[in-house]
Design a protein around this ligand. Sequence first.
Ligand code: NOJ
Length: 568
Amino acid sequence: MSKTLIVAGLLVASMSTFTPIARGQMKATEAVHHEWWQHAVFYEVYPRSFSDSNNDGVGDLNGITSKLDYLQHLGVNAIWITPCFPSPQVDFGYDVSDYENIDPMYGTLADFDRLVTEGKAHGIKIILDFVPNHTSDQHKWFLESKASRTSPKRDWYIWRDGKGPNQPPNNWTSTFGGSAWKYDPTTGQYYYHYFYAEQPDLNWRNPEVVKAMLDAMRFWYERGVAGFRLDAVDTLYEDPDLKDNPVLPGNDKFGYPNTHEIYNKKLPEVHDIMRAMRKVADGYGAVLIGETWTQNVAQLREYYGVRNDELQMPMDLMMTEFKQVSAPVFREHIGAVESTGGWPVFVISNHDIMRSYTRWGDGVHNDDIAKMMSAMYLMLRGTPVMYYGEEIGMENNDPKSKDEVRDPIGRRGWPLEKGRDGERKPMQWSDAKNAGFTEGTPWLPVAPNYVTHNVATETADPQSMLNFYRRLLELRRDEPALREGQYAALNPQDPNVFAFVRRLKGEAVLVALNMSGSSQTVKIDLKAAGFSKPKMRVLLTSSHTPITKVSTDIEMEPFSALIAKTVK
Ligand code: NOJ
């Protein structure tokens, strides 16, 4: 860790500065104008698994509406609903067959309108999931496209001749296993699909596609959605010459050679489309959240746009790749994200990756670790995107055998790839049958820890994870320094305790996180952050023996969080 990182976080304040600020350079101004989404708490709902109002075993929109009181009380301001449009459900909604309707399994457009209206009454905005990279193979556009080589929709997708008999056009592989090309005997050509064969890629080089898709976004803005989460934006464009990707050593989980996906991922043209989508969004005051898988913060920075004219909220998904809690690792990463000058969007879990509770749990202190990590990411500068159930400590619960698997990639890749069922289990509302999710047979079985980790039980327990989350979100709402304050890391060499301050106009909130499994004494010195010997008051702690006073040496229990504030 370089010395300059000590002060890294003191520096970067507002969205309005687009030039990355060098680490080590002081910046006097404090946060200026903030947009609604910068102060909001976002919450991802996987609709199949959230709440089932008609007891058919699959969650639905009316189920979500019935839980708005819960979400409001938790402190959520916007919900992102993963695709609820008509779909054959091969990829559980990410195979859209009509962009301008609701799948009957989830309800009707009238149900959706009611959700928007009720959401408004609860101070909760609705964000939909837009899937621009591909449609379902049952979408009328694709059915028309595949009908003949001369179809007016032929060029809406990516069709090519094979290299020879039984040879696809190139070596590109689908991220869901196998070749990314499927031969279609009707016209004797192959079509390209980065995901399942039932998800043919749209051809974004065709202006008619661009128009149709932007119109679909307008359709929902007109119905009151506050923005979109954009699916798989990295893969919108492909090299027009279809050059082979360089082959790397080894095979993927599906037994195909690893490749470096330079010709079908993150092409520069993606940014043109991000700008076009942003223009439309700006007309409605809407926000765009990106599913942006990046290897480093430089790549993440690109998604904000050179003139901050692309995505307002490209998700930082890099933390989900950190396998263990470690003070130096998180301090370094957050310092780097801060140095980009963009508004951070921290994510620790979603419907495609192992839940953070399981990823970071050590099997003994899982609840303590989960509370500590929530204090980390909810107290940072930026907008958090929570994943349903993380607030009650839902765990991953992978299928035990191949025949239990619902997610097709789990069936194809078993046992190396078990699929994503484990992170998509029904929400745990109570300790009743099926965790109170449904009175029918749930589409996925509930995870066993529902007996102890559920909304009803945890609401009644003042020390529960749920009540800890509520308190954290209250602090975010009530403390201006947590909403807008600058970030500064403290004690940069500490291998165990990650500590930082958020400061605003002569006030500072201190966050100290003991990321080790042993007790630690942490030295608190806020001089570098501009406070010499401040008096401090404890706002919240996850310690089993509560900390009541903040001195210059604080004793912290293993895997615990302390949040304190300067008092005048
Ligand atoms: C990313 C989504 O999050 C994932 O669930 C889906 O399978 C792929 N994109 C394809 O749409």
